[in-house]
Design a binder for this molecule. Sequence first.
Ligand code: GDP
Length: 194
Amino acid sequence: MKIKTVELVRTAFNEEQYPKDNFPQIVIVGRSNVGKSTLINTVLNRKNLAKTSSKPGKTRGINFYLINNGFYLVDLPGYGYAKVSKEMKKQWAHNIETFLNTSKYLRHALLLIDIRRTPTEDDFLMVNWFRHKELPFTVVLTKADKVNKSEIVNAVEGICKTFNIDSERIIVFSSLKKMGVSQVLSIFDEWTKK
Ligand code: GDP
């Protein structure tokens, strides 16, 4: 897929603000600081579309990016930031749950995990959600430039075992080295056909 147009159509803070059209959606999730904004900018080839390193803990809405006038990339707020209040965590969970529960056009999920870290409880929660909702998902291991080849192999094996998934469902990604970009674009192609 070639990215021709990208438009931030909406930042939604509640259900009423979700776009009402019926374009297919791909959702992208991960803990805060995993490299989600950087990945979005890299894959969509836009410099400052998604705000990188924004202050964690601030209430963040759900960003709906319309790509090629054909599908939405839905950017959920990053989770797991330790210093956030309980109230904020609750609100985050509520926002994500509401989205996953109400979206009729969701086709696929990208779950981002830092290649150097083991999945957190929140990551497991997400995977359980996807399975419960029968939503196909791909794990994207970010910041792959920070580890060597054998560490990459180990990380992929570890994720396969941890989530009981096939290695085909994992993308090794680095924004710095532009690694994995074409695979993410293939996911867009595969899951957004009308
Ligand atoms: P977000 O909170 O998930 O949106 O994370 P950001 O995109 O803001 O990235 C968090 C930090 O990780 C920033 O300092 C980025 O420069 C860094 N980062 C993101 N992607 C990569 C990558 O592929 N390689 C390296 N080395 N650093 C990265």
